[in-house]
Design a protein around this ligand. Sequence first.
Ligand code: S3P
Length: 172
Amino acid sequence: MKIVLLGYMASGKSSIGNITSKKLFLPFIDLDKYIESEENMTINNIFEEKGEIHFRLIEHIYLKKILNSDDNFILSLGGGTPCYADNMDLILNTENTISIYLKANINTLVQRLISVKDKRPLIKELDDKMLIEYIGKHLFERCFFYEQANKKVIIDNKTIDEISKEIIKSLN
Ligand code: S3P
């Protein structure tokens, strides 16, 4: 089985994917890390030196490559992955694949992103007030794609372990 975790930046895709993969004895792939290692560049540097359009293009190519493999895995996407090219359709139409939306409210996301925004190219220039407005609008736009996932797990006020258990339960 292929499990694809999606959701906004800082919704816990990577940490939840990592811990869940260990419990299910499945390999874990973090799409951002995969891109960084294939391109030998950080995501920040790809955005800065080559631009977002280039990033979205290679993100689509690597996603396709991973989904096309015969392996089973847990894959954590980048926050924007489902919202570009035909990525969400691709995920929904890949055999033996379950997509799970890790849904967080705006408050949770703002609280988490305020302290780590420097590592995120899309938000690193925003001050705290602008960040709140940006996340609200951006999440609203992206929800259209996220909500198409096969399953949804609310992550607000839950530990990584609780969320991971919920994911595993939802698979049975
Ligand atoms: C992005 C989210 C990032 C990364 C890139 C773009 C986005 O991943 O793919 O900076 O468009 O939301 P995380 O969701 O893991 O931060």
